[in-house]
Ligand binder design. Structure first.
Ligand code: HEC
Ligand code: HEC
Length: 497
């Protein structure tokens, strides 16, 4: 220790806790700020004696936690409601409950990292060397001696006064400690280890680089071989194990292969020999209880979209139309499943619609067991039957005005499924204000919508396409419309101008 070295501070040795404790109070009262006590075991109340205030770390963690919470919220809001808004069954694009897991995770992430790194920073860690370790006496701090170290950087520090203060407080020895002029950086052992780790980290990229452009079918490194390398029987292989020398064995009598799974083909698929069945499978017995079951299932699974009466105005539809009206969604309305077009479909086809979905409608095979799907069809048939009973007879239809007949046809022929009459674009353009309007075609030509164009649009939808309209999507099920039907529809459309 030479005088030209910088003074770190003084360290005072105490032989018992009580003296140390009292001394700490004196140092505190003398107004020192940069100092510390070193004891072989925790001393209760020493923090108070030293005047150490409670750590501010929790506040830092709280602030960063709130920052995390807001970031998590903003992340979800921006991705789900702004950048890539996705309409799922008319649900709001952003709602708190669905976002809580991510918000929670981000809050925890920010808090945890803050707590970890702020603790290191607040304690000025990592620190590789401390001048106090240069005092031989100080080694006993881990054994049977107690120390107070005063830092020379403290504003109040004065060597003589500090020494006097500590002596007066009962210190045995007061020693001056100097900064070492040895390097205070990272110890060379740790440095060396870090180099080794850094080199090891180069191995994976090196392996990736080495297999670049390689054409082998074998994995270079096969850490978890599973059963890839087991001895096994291969089709067509030879073995001595069996008398006939073949590896391939015959199927055990009575087992069922994957492709033989549907023993009750029509019950599970609605098809027989590739054709839709036209009646219920024999395993199904249609009773009143069965239809009641079907009604219950229909109201649970289908009513939300198709409405409990099957006419297409379920809650999801209503909500989606609200959004469509605001221009926030495009929506294909659920089909009115009571109309004759659907009633004329075979049982098997309806079964397939429910099981696998049709166009924009999703399939429900995963949610509804096959028998319940048949029960739903039984109930659908009841709804359709009621519709037939309520339908007007041909005479009554004839007695109606053309426009009223057109209105019925507009529903019956499912024009409603693609065309609104309130200006909202569904799959097809809205048809209110259609007649006599100017229509710009995708060829650039402009035409005036007249009766001929109306008729052509129905009989040959692809002939002329309005600019921006979805091409090839106007598909009409069932028989082609007759001239009378088209003119009835036209009369109805006229009333909507
Ligand atoms: C999430 C809403 C939704 C649910 C739930 C739903 N559907 Fe649909 N369904 C639709 C939509 C939309 C269409 C029209 C599809 C299209 O034309 O692209 C449709 C069409 C249909 C059709 C007509 C298919 C055709 O050949 O044109 C039938 C029949 C039908 N649904 C029956 C059902 C039954 C039965 C259930 C209950 C198991 C059900 N749907 C549940 C939305 C739904
Ligand atoms: C499956 C959906 C779908 C159904 C059902 C449907 N349309 Fe369309 N319709 C469209 C689409 C898409 C267009 C625009 C592209 C085109 O002209 O083919 C269109 C175009 C039209 C046009 C021309 C509109 C214009 O602005 O150019 C008329 C008129 C029309 N449809 C009438 C009907 C009538 C009447 C029915 C019922 C008998 C009907 N559509 C049923 C999808 C449909």
């Amino acid at each position: 220790m030479t005088a030209d070295k910088e003074l770190y501070g003084v360290v005072a040795e105490f032989t018992d806790v009580t003296t140390l404790y009292r001394a700490a109070e004196k140092v505190r009262d003398a107004g020192y700020k940069k100092w510390d006590c070193h004891t072989p075991f925790p001393v209760h109340g020493l923090d108070d004696a030293m005047g150490i205030r409670f750590t501010r770390l929790p506040w830092v963690v709280l602030i960063m936690g709130i920052t995390g919470l807001l970031s998590g919220m903003y992340l979800q809001y921006w991705t789900n409601a702004v950048d890539y808004a996705f309409d799922i069954s008319g649900k709001p694009v952003w709602s708190l409950p669905a976002n809580i897991p991510v918000i929670f995770e981000v809050t925890v992430l920010f808090s945890a990292f803050t707590a970890f790194f702020a603790m290191w920073i607040a304690n000025r860690l990592p620190r590789w060397y401390h001048p106090l370790f240069r005092s031989d006496r100080f080694a006993r701090a881990t054994d049977d001696r107690f120390f107070i170290a005063l830092h020379a950087k403290d504003k109040k520090f004065d060597l003589a006064a500090a020494t006097a203060l500590l002596k007066g407080a009962g210190a045995g020895e007061v020693e001056e400690v100097y900064e070492a002029n040895e390097p205070s950086g990272m110890p060379s052992v740790i440095k060396g280890n870090l180099w080794v780790v850094a080199c090891l980290m180069l191995i994976p990229p090196a392996m990736v680089y080495a297999s670049y452009g390689s054409t082998t079918t074998q994995p270079r490194v096969h850490l978890i071989p599973d059963m890839d390398k087991q001895d096994r029987f291969r089709a067509q292989g030879e073995t001595e194990l069996f008398e006939d020398g073949r590896m391939t064995r015959d199927q055990v009598a009575g087992t069922i292969g994957q492709d033989q799974r549907f023993i009750h083909a029509s019950l599970e698929t609605g098809k027989e020999n590739g054709e839709f069945v036209t009646s219920f499978p024999t395993q199904i017995e249609v009773t009143e209880a069965f239809i009641d079951r079907g009604q219950e299932r229909f109201e649970i699974y289908c009513g939300i979209c198709h409405g409990e009466d099957g006419k297409g105005s379920g809650v999801i539809h209503e909500r989606a139309m609200e959004l469509a009206n605001l221009g926030q969604a495009t929506w294909v309305p659920p089909t009115n499943v009571t109309v004759s077009l659907i009633a004329n479909q075979t049982d098997g086809m309806l079964f397939e619609t429910i099981s696998e979905g049709r166009r924009t409608m999703p399939g429900y095979a995963a949610q509804i067991p096959a028998e319940d799907r048949w029960a739903i069809i039984a109930y659908l048939r009841v709804l359709q039957e009621v519709e037939v009973m309520n339908a007007l007879s041909p005479e009554e239809m004839a007695a109606l005005g053309a426009a009223s007949r057109g209105e019925i046809l507009f529903t019956q022929k499912i024009c409603v499924g693609c065309h609104s009459l309130n200006g909202v674009a569904l799959v097809g353009p809205p048809l209110n204000g259609f007649l006599d309007s100017e229509i710009k075609l995708d060829t650039g030509e402009t035409i005036v919508a007249d009766a001929d164009y109306f008729k052509e649009s129905i009989l040959d939808p692809a002939a002329k396409i309005r600019e921006g309209a979805l091409k090839g999507l106007m598909v009409l099920a069932g028989d082609p419309l007759t001239d009378e039907e088209i003119s009835d529809l036209l009369e109805y459309i006229k009333t909507q101008n």
